[in-house]
Design a binder for this molecule. Structure first.
Ligand SMILES: [Zn+2]
Length: 282
């Protein structure tokens, strides 16, 4: 997927795509309930009502530099709760390079939040040491988010993620900790969107009169636009995540803003009753 928003080109680089088996993350999104939302099918769900999702990075080519938003699972990681996320040997860096973005050409890495599937490629294993994957990049983390995981990573899997994918960036002095409403470039501003995680951030792009919203994991799947209270099991504060979805979607519904998720492709938001739906612009 590639989109152009004013002077900014957005390219989705996929690490993994899945169909179904999403009950562990969105338990209320049963096949039967999904089939009641025909606008999801076939782009975001199958005829049977199974959810289509992906783990991907978004590369932003901007006039002032090249930015990678979120970095997936990574290779060689250990201690993950989901077995297939351990010891991966995927071709993500080759895919990124083939798409025209060799890692050394990346100027900025931004993580919308510091969960396992958004920080993995921050680092790669060289010998027995985790080193920054993007050798010439500054890494931008929300300060609130960073401090939360620094101080509250207690479960073994959370400690593993922090130690192999976040701490090495800090130790290498490559991180910039920013406010959740930080202005990243002339065209990109962060929006605080807490709830999925305490310091979660989204990106608002405005360039030459066009705009896009990169939601991160405000929603894991567009079905949460129709069911704002369908919180993910990974949401740190389900009530807050519901309120954040409502406020963010209300702000961008029925506007020309392209909305792209951390795990789903882009479309436009429209109001539908008390909630929202995704419409593909013609
Ligand atoms: Zn995620």
């Amino acid at each position: 997927m590639q989109r152009t928003v004013g002077k900014i080109r957005i390219t989705k680089v996929v690490e993994m795509e899945t169909v179904g088996s999403t009950r562990f993350i969105l338990p209320l999104a049963t096949n039967e309930e999904i089939r009641k939302l025909p606008w999801l099918i076939p782009r975001f769900a199958t005829e049977e009502g199974r959810l289509k999702m992906s783990i991907h990075s978004l590369v932003l080519d901007t006039p002032s530099g090249r930015i990678v938003v979120d970095t997936g699972l990574g290779n060689d990681k250990q201690g993950r709760n989901i077995p297939t996320w351990n010891d991966r040997q995927g071709p993500f860096l080759d895919t990124l390079t083939a798409a025209g973005f060799p890692p050394e050409t990346i100027d900025t890495v931004l993580c919308t939040h510091l969960h396992v599937d958004h920080v993995g490629w921050n680092t790669r294993l060289v010998g027995d040491t985790w080193v920054p994957t993007f050798a010439n990049a500054r890494y931008v983390f929300g300060q609130t988010e960073y401090e939360y995981w620094r101080d509250h990573s207690i479960e073994p899997d959370k400690i593993a993620v922090f130690n192999d994918s976040v701490k090495p960036i800090i130790d290498a002095d490559r991180a910039d900790l920013v406010a959740s409403d930080h202005r990243l470039t002339d065209e990109i501003t962060l929006i605080p969107t807490p709830g999925h995680s305490p310091g979660h951030i989204s990106l608002h792009i405005v360039s030459d009169g066009q705009s896009a919203l990169l939601t991160g994991d405000v929603a894991h799947h567009p079905c949460q636009m129709a069911h704002l209270d369908w919180s993910s099991t990974a949401d740190s504060d389900p009530a807050q995540s519901t309120a954040t979805r409502r406020a963010l979607f209300a702000r961008f519904a029925d506007t020309p803003t392209l909305v792209i998720g951390g795990h789903f492709d882009g479309a436009h938001l429209a109001r539908e009753g008390d909630a929202f739906k995704f419409i593909t612009p013609s």
